[in-house]
Design a protein around this ligand. Structure first.
Ligand code: 13P
Length: 283
């Protein structure tokens, strides 16, 4: 069933857990993620990142996401990840997305507040939820390895700024920077758990972790304990799919059909998503 992010976050709050927000950029990723959620009886957020337009257009995958969420046996939120312009957010809302992220993190604070307020007003008309971001996570959702040293250059969220931002925008969830980055980590991430507690105490809002791939299970648990309620996750699932295909192709003497490739990828992504969901839900 299709639900708003607010509903899903209330569930997470009530169960002291986080909900996985899995980026989907292929039909196989979408199917694998929903199959994983249904098998584990877990609510889930499926999200499309604007930057993935170069892989597939939201015009193609978006309506399928909404249709499959409506038919699902578990609560599913269809979310737009890292929407950078307001027209694009509106397009997702018109398509039936139940949640949008406005990412104004590269703008100055006042401009980010002003644009986020427009996004909140827009979403309200559709009964949709809004996530925004302050602080900077670095790199885009492509799972690519960045320049040496880039991983440690993220700009952490200032808890006092977070409080003011939430009070002025009335967003439903806040993406914060406390040591995670998008994509593959060059070194083991060192998270600043104190920032999560401090933002939570001051802003009283569900916190969103971006860059979930590569974070250890004990670190996930600590973040959840301190108030992370949505965990964005993409690179490791996509990599699991790619690696399964590579391994399987190496084994096949016979002709390989594309539908075989799609199935190997989907099954491996599903297995990876299930592992992540178990950690996020404390199972
Ligand atoms: P990873 O690709 O590092 O898992 O991050 C995904 C993400 O944060 C999408 O917004």
């Amino acid at each position: 069933m299709l639900v708003s992010m607010k509903r899903i976050l209330e569930y997470a709050e009530a169960h002291d857990q986080a909900i996985g927000a899995f980026n989907v950029s292929t039909l196989e990723g979408l199917m694998g993620t929903l199959e994983a959620a249904e098998e584990l009886h877990q609510p889930v957020i499926i999200q499309f990142a604007q930057v993935h337009e170069s892989i597939i257009s939201v015009d193609v995958l978006g309506p399928v996401m909404v249709m499959m969420a409506e038919k699902s046996t578990v609560p599913v939120c269809v979310h737009l990840d890292h929407g950078e312009d307001l027209d694009y957010l509106k397009k997702a809302l018109d398509m039936g997305f139940t949640s949008i992220m406005y990412d104004g993190s590269v703008l100055d604070f006042e401009k980010n507040v002003a644009n986020t307020c427009i996004a909140v007003e827009m979403a309200e008309a559709y009964g949709a939820s809004v996530e925004a971001e302050i602080g900077c996570m670095g790199r885009e959702e492509f799972g690519s390895v960045g320049e040496e040293g880039e991983a440690v250059q993220s700009m952490y969220t200032n808890p006092e700024e977070a409080r003011e931002f939430v009070a002025r925008t009335d967003v439903d969830a806040l993406a914060c920077s406390f040591g995670t980055v998008h994509g593959l980590y060059l070194t083991q991430p060192k998270l600043d758990f104190g920032i999560i507690s401090s933002i939570r105490e001051k802003a009283q809002i569900p916190i969103v972790m971006h860059g979930g791939s590569g974070v250890s299970a004990p670190d996930f648990r600590e973040c959840i304990k301190r108030g992370v309620r949505k965990i964005n996750y993409y690179t490791y699932a996509a990599k699991a799919g790619g690696e399964a295909v590579k391994a399987q192709c190496g084994k096949e003497d016979d002709v390989v059909y594309f539908h075989d490739v799609a199935t190997w990828g989907r099954e491996a992504m599903k297995a990876d998503v299930m592992t992540a969901m178990k950690v996020f839900s404390g199972k």
